[in-house]
Ligand binder design. Structure first.
Ligand SMILES: Cc1ncc(COP(=O)(O)O)c(C=O)c1O
Length: 392
């Protein structure tokens, strides 16, 4: 038997299917359908008597290469790619829930995830409870016999709260619920939730997996059994599938994911340390800093602090907007995980849907900014921040 290849090798070679032309770079099969030799061959394909592709809403060779490479990276039995991260979150939830079920989630979530859990699911008779994810007693108190999915994001968007994945997995499993982790901020390079007890992992591949701000995409990873019994048919029939083109971009991006994510994290740590000492900055939240209230927990489940830094400008919205508008290298954008450094004001963009009170409970104030640290020379980023902070 050949030895299993190490993760960085899998990122370059994993899942590759070569065509008859023996191409070096993975082929882009930009096709919606497939041609059968005969009518009888089509019948056999549809009845599963013969293997092969039927329609790209169901499966496509380029998408399959991306899914297999992701599964190898995550240490999951199988994966499905979706059109966006939100398609991944929504499909993963809807494919296994029904009226009468309950979902338990942390409250510090990306705005759209919070909408799906708090507003969309209850329309279909699926109740939900949101708790302070840092408080294990709150999870224990809110779990119910009909809780089917426990959902969390760690670190959270945008204030980088850390949730104890192992402990929450135990609480979920005590009632037979499955733990679903949105691992976008940590990335598969820095955090491996399946090894920590999670049952399902979801990604917005739009972020670090693409890493260059080009394509939308999502991924759902789990056991083969859960995917076969829940997700497989849901995706075939409802169609949240990714475009083969986007899957190809993501597949090629995976080849450099490890290098990029570690460099993002190295830059982010330097930036966070610089901000921590700045008089115009009231507070810095970065899991890799000792000052982060959950630094030890973060380092027990993440290999590095990640590429995102949240911080608070002294003053309010006016000072914060002045600072943001003065930045030259760092761009204003609500996306993240790009090679370009991007900054956003969550209270007026990604989290504007929440009430001021809800924002306050998850630590988002008028001075809070979220910085996705890119791959530029970190000294240019520090000089840009320093100049803009003097104008705040
Ligand atoms: C934590 C998190 N989950 C999910 C999403 C949704 O991903 P997408 O924009 O690809 O739909 C995002 C970002 O937008 C996010 O930051």
């Amino acid at each position: 038997m050949t030895k299993p290849l190490r993760p960085r090798t899998q990122l370059v070679h994993g899942g590759t299917m070569r065509s008859q032309f023996g191409e070096t770079s993975e082929a882009l099969f930009l096709t919606s359908g497939y041609v059968y030799e005969t009518m009888e061959a089509a019948v056999k394909r549809f009845t599963n008597e013969e293997p092969g592709f039927i329609y790209s809403r169901f499966a496509n060779p380029t998408i399959r290469m991306f899914e297999e490479r992701m599964a190898l990276l995550e240490g999951a039995e199988d994966a499905r790619a979706t059109a966006t991260g939100m398609a991944a979150v929504t499909s993963a939830l809807l494919c296994c829930l029904k009226s009468g079920d309950h979902v338990l989630s942390s409250q510090a979530l990306f705005g759209s995830c919070r909408f799906v859990i708090e507003e969309l699911l209850p329309r279909y008779g699926i109740t939900s409870t949101l708790v302070d994810g840092r408080d294990l007693n709150a999870w224990k108190a809110a779990i119910q016999p009909n809780t089917k999915i426990v959902f969390l994001e760690s670190p959270s968007n945008p204030t980088l709260e850390i949730i104890d994945v192992r402990a929450v997995a135990e609480i979920a499993h005590s009632v037979g619920a499955l733990l679903m982790v949105d691992n976008v901020f940590a990335t598969p390079i820095l955090q491996r939730p399946l090894e920590q007890g999670a049952d399902i992992v979801v990604y917005s591949a739009t972020k670090h997996i693409d890493g260059q701000g080009r394509c939308l995409g999502g991924v759902i990873l789990s056991s083969k059994k859960w995917i076969d019994e829940n997700l497989h048919n849901f995706m075939r029939q409802t169609g949240p599938s990714i475009s083969p083109f986007n899957a190809w971009v993501m597949l090629k991006s995976l080849e450099t994911l490890d290098l990029r994510v570690r460099e993002h994290a190295r830059n982010a740590e330097i930036v966070a340390k610089f901000l921590e000492g700045h008089p115009k900055v009231a507070r810095v939240l970065y899991p890799g800093l000792k000052s982060h209230p959950q630094h030890e927990l973060a380092m027990s489940q993440m290999a590095m602090g990640g590429g995102i830094v949240a911080f608070e400008i002294r003053g309010g919205r006016e000072e914060t907007f002045r600072f943001g508008n003065a930045l030259k290298v760092i761009k204003i954008s609500n996306n993240l995980g790009d090679s370009k450094s991007l900054i956003t004001h969550p209270a007026t963009t990604t989290h504007q849907r929440l009430t001021a009170e809800q924002r306050a409970t998850v630590g988002i104030g008028e001075g809070t900014v979220r910085l996705s640290v890119g791959l530029e020379d970190v000294q240019d980023l520090i000089e840009d921040l320093d100049t803009a902070l003097t104008q705040a």
